[in-house]
Design a protein around this ligand. Structure first.
Ligand code: NAP
Length: 256
């Protein structure tokens, strides 16, 4: 074991160890939900573990803290729950612990939010979903998008047992069936129905500006909203912006 500080929980049998980078609103809620399902959970903020030890002890008793490098190195699956602009900074490319993430499934729960991340054209590119940018950076990891579209209050208050009536759905997007299955297992363990909505490129439908962003719907409604996406104003806007970038304007494009 690395120098990750264990507060209470020890090993959790054969379940993978979950690392969470980001000890804010979403990171702590996901940590609590997964810990409650029996996972060993490690969590890091941007700095020294001592900066978050107290808050984790209060909000997620049983989780362990470490530096982001320690958490990434020790976890089997890592959830990114930090501001996207911090994960993909303009000035440097090593804000994430790339070595520790190598070869691992990385769940991207992040969104581009200009009020937090600043105005960043690179994170608002109609041709590349933000999770594709994360995958490009983490070229030696396997990225799946999940847990990004539901507000942290809804995540906190929404978990229900598998099969419970009205159980909420969480959209998942990715390119590899085994990784999608692993992400789906985590979503289910957190108390939500996993809904596969498309590839990483198609994960625009989970991003801000789409109907599913902010969604706190049962799974069948998540599925229906995903199916509606290609005909929505947002999808047409993306098509129009792509055509503009490419210097062509399709005849049937609705401009916004
Ligand atoms: N808020 C929501 O309802 C919600 C829902 C779904 C998804 N999301 C997405 O989840 C992400 C986090 O949102 P949030 O609301 O939880 O933000 P938050 O409350 O501001 O927490 C952000 C956390 O990320 C940490 N952090 C910053 N840079 C880091 C780094 N390089 N390595 C590790 N940790 C780092 C921060 O640590 P310091 O405090 O030390 O800087 C802080 O613990 C965002 O991308 C957001 O779009 C948010």
């Amino acid at each position: 074991m690395s120098s990750v500080q264990t507060n209470r929980n020890g090993s959790a049998g054969s379940l993978p160890t979950i690392g969470i980078l980001g000890a804010g609103k979403v990171g702590t809620v996901l940590a609590r939900l997964l810990l409650g399902s029996g996972y060993r959970v490690l969590i890091a903020g941007s700095g020294a573990p001592s900066k978050i030890d107290l808050i984790i002890d209060v909000l997620v008793p049983g989780a362990s803290t470490g530096t982001s490098a320690e958490v990434a190195a020790e976890a089997d699956i890592v959830i990114l729950a930090l501001p996207l602009g911090k994960a993909l900074p303009l000035a440097e490319r090593d804000a994430l612990p790339l070595d520790g993430l190598r070869g691992k499934l990385v769940i991207d729960a992040m969104n581009y939010w200009w009020e937090i991340d600043g105005v960043r054209d690179d994170l608002n590119d109609p041709t590349v979903a933000t999770s594709e940018l994360v995958q490009q950076l983490l070229s030696d990891s396997r990225v799946v998008k999940a847990f990004n579209h539901m507000g942290y209050h809804d995540l906190d208050e929404g978990p229900r047992q598998t099969g419970a009536p009205g159980r909420r759905g969480i959209g998942i997007a990715g390119d590899d069936d085994a990784d999608l299955a692993a992400a789906a297992t985590l979503v289910d363990a957190a108390g939500f129905d996993p809904v596969l909505v498309g590839t990483l490129h198609e994960s625009f439908l989970l991003q801000p500006g789409s109907e599913l962003f902010g969604a706190n719907f049962p799974a069948d409604e998540v599925r229906a909203a995903a199916a509606r996406f290609p005909g929505t104003e947002r999808a047409l806007e993306l098509t129009a912006r792509r055509a503009e970038n490419a210097g062509t304007v399709p005849a049937d494009t609705v401009r916004v």
